[in-house]
Design a protein around this ligand. Structure first.
Ligand SMILES: [Zn+2]
Length: 428
């Protein structure tokens, strides 16, 4: 997504990440949204049933191109459009937002979605951190994850245009800062956007290959699209997506507790404004994508969005999303699950599922030609039915399930950044 120009070189981006700086967009009255082609069909259905979306929002007219749908809406209708999509098409994935028709059409024809797309930075081939990984896995605690979810749910809402949403971002910054306070190689900062809620980015600077970056992330905002009066209110968002932020926080906590020192740079991200077009993650991923080959390269990105709900049927622990993600990175995750989770105390069962275009923040990285993956809680259609309502609360979630996502996150970070267990190397 680009509204007005907001690209900056990654070095300044990284610098800005460390200090936090506003990213301003040109205010334009019309925006172009890109969605999966199933949304155009949902729009037709809404139109046919004469069901208007909301008083002041007419269902947009979509043009279907390359199995995607393109439409323009008024900028002020972004929230309403998001509510319509969530209610009229809950399993249609999400949408991206563009400043012009040209930019939207460029997205529809994006080479990163074509089979055989080649990523710039190489992915490590061997798994060789067994002792470090198994020591770390023993330290994962489900109750820590539940307590983070409970704290985030306690804000009542984390909508991207509310002060409560910003307070939640500041809470996460404080939590991460306290987890890494002993470490001079760790920094955490708020990244401001042209809306109320900031994103949060924590960074462990790589010891020998700082220009190679591995990211894990989740979104910090929440929404209650069932609440027609005001989608900003009463949006606890426990599973969507406090559970993802809690998994990222637990991975950070365990790496700090074990004194893990990565060779490559690790970034922990809590994105703002995912519910209304992946705005926060798009802002960040775009900044990385504009970087030259000499600058920091993002090797791989893992997204956590909904990790705590046990589906009623075919209840495996983790489902690797296989559309709009990197097949190579899904292969790497499968290798990790075989190596570390085939049985015993850290056993994890897994399968695959589809999720639809732009269904979470991994899509902002995929769109920019950066390999990303998204382990999800359920097969398509079997996920938490309470999301985007006041019923998405922690009492409906399972800590052991969410802890399994934290274990996969830790295996992924240790094996892609190749640290040694820091106690020896770091402390002496
Ligand atoms: Zn979500």
């Amino acid at each position: 997504m680009k509204r007005g120009s907001c690209s900056k070189t990654i070095l300044t981006a990284l610098a800005m990440l460390l200090v936090g700086s506003p990213c301003t967009y040109a205010q334009s009255s019309r925006l172009w949204v890109v969605t999966g082609d199933n949304v155009a069909a949902a729009a037709q259905r809404s139109l046919a049933s004469r069901q208007s979306v909301a008083d002041d929002l007419v269902v947009p007219t979509f043009q279907v191109i390359n199995r995607m749908s393109v439409a323009d809406i008024a900028e002020r209708d972004l929230d309403n459009f998001s509510n319509w999509m969530h209610s009229a098409c809950p399993h249609c994935g999400g949408f991206t937002v563009h400043a012009s028709r040209e930019a939207a059409l460029k997205e529809v024809d994006n080479p990163a979605y074509k089979p055989g797309f080649r990523y710039l930075a190489p992915l490590p081939e061997t798994l060789d951190q067994q002792s470090t990984v198994s020591r770390a896995l023993d330290r994962v605690k489900g109750d820590k994850i539940l307590s983070t979810i409970t704290m985030l749910q306690g804000f009542g809402t984390r909508h991207f245009q509310t002060h409560k949403g910003q307070e939640a971002a500041e809470f996460v910054r404080r939590e991460w800062a306290s987890l890494g306070q002993e470490r001079p190689d760790f920094t955490v900062a708020l990244l401001s956007h042209d809306w109320v809620q900031n994103s949060v980015i924590g960074t462990i600077r790589g010891a020998s290959r700082p220009n190679e970056v591995v990211v894990i992330g989740a979104h910090i905002d929440s929404i209650n699209s069932r609440n027609k009066e005001n989608a900003k209110e009463n949006a606890p968002g426990a599973d969507d997506d406090a559970s993802g932020v809690a998994v990222v926080t637990e991975a950070l906590r365990v790496l700090m507790e074990t004194g893990f020192k990565p060779q490559r740079t690790i970034q922990f991200m809590a994105y703002s404004a995912e519910e209304v077009g992946l705005l926060g993650s798009a802002n960040i991923a775009d900044s990385y994508a504009t970087e030259s080959k000499e600058g920091p390269q993002v090797i791989a990105v893992l997204q956590f969005d909904m990790t705590g709900f046990i589906p009623s049927r075919d209840a495996r622990d983790i489902y690797l999303v296989n559309d709009y993600t990197s097949p190579e990175l899904n292969g790497f995750l499968t290798k990790l699950l075989k190596e570390y989770n085939h049985s015993g105390a850290h056993a994890i069962t897994h399968g695959e599922t589809k999720c639809g275009y732009a269904c979470s923040d991994h899509a902002s990285w995929t769109r920019n030609g950066i390999r990303a993956a998204f382990p999800f809680e359920a097969p398509l259609g079997g996920s938490n039915p309470h999301i985007h309502t006041s019923e998405d609360v922690v009492s409906k979630l399972d800590a052991t399930k969410a802890a399994r996502f934290a274990k996969l996150a830790i295996e992924f970070l240790i094996e892609t950044t190749k640290g040694v267990d820091g106690r020896e190397s770091y402390r002496n």
